[in-house]
Ligand binder design. Sequence first.
Ligand SMILES: Nc1ncnc2c1ncn2[C@@H]1O[C@H](COP(=O)(O)OP(=O)(O)O)[C@@H](O)[C@H]1O
Ligand SMILES: [Mg+2]
Length: 231
Amino acid sequence: MQKDIIIKIKKLKKEFTDNGAPLVIFENTDLEIRHGEKIAIVGASGSGKSTLLSLLAGLDKPTEGEIFVKDIQINNLSEKELSDYRNREVSIIFQSFELISPFTAYENIRAPLDIRGNISDIEIKSTANNLLEEVGLSGRKDSFPSTLSGGEKQRVAIARALASNTDIILADEPTGSLDRKTGEMVFDLLLKEVSKLSKTLIVITHDMSIAEKMDRIIELKDKNLQEKTSV
Ligand SMILES: Nc1ncnc2c1ncn2[C@@H]1O[C@H](COP(=O)(O)OP(=O)(O)O)[C@@H](O)[C@H]1O
Ligand SMILES: [Mg+2]
């Protein structure tokens, strides 16, 4: 694969079965994303945006076609390999935060490093504490998710994604549960961190003011991905 390309989708077909009838989401779809690019994915509700992220995250498999991430052809991986891939290469930020409710903010942030198993406790502690500070939540270290506001929860989720230190961050409507002002602040924080660390970011959003902050806007339409504008 070309050196500056991090994600390459070739002739993707994705089909679900809906009440016995085939439901085609992607048909003969190609996409290339470069290292460090920031991409917005837009499209009507039900067009398949979340499905695309699931495919890239290795949570679902294409019906046909190939998905390469770096030099890994993820559509061919075994379950064990996929689990390693998910742990090392991608982190996901969800609209509904998906924090672990019996864990504190700090414990949520360190969780992805705890499951890796090969990192010292000292290193994990310092990473988690630095990230709490980075997202402005040092004072809420020992707070449980149920006591945090939506914006604070999403900042914890961002810190958790950064703790994973994956090259790719996927975000599915990360501001969808937040009011406009909070959403913008949280998104700007995500963008600042992602730019600083040169990560590749793929964000699903309905909010054009967010989409326009990205390098490219790609629209999911007619079972395909189309470049909407280059900004
Ligand atoms: N596991 C599944 N089985 C059957 N249909 C599914 C499944 N996942 C998603 N779909 C359907 O595929 C379409 C695209 O879903 P989704 O990717 O969630 O859309 P979006 O995120 O763009 O709103 C929807 O019609 C949805 O109902
Ligand atoms: Mg969706």
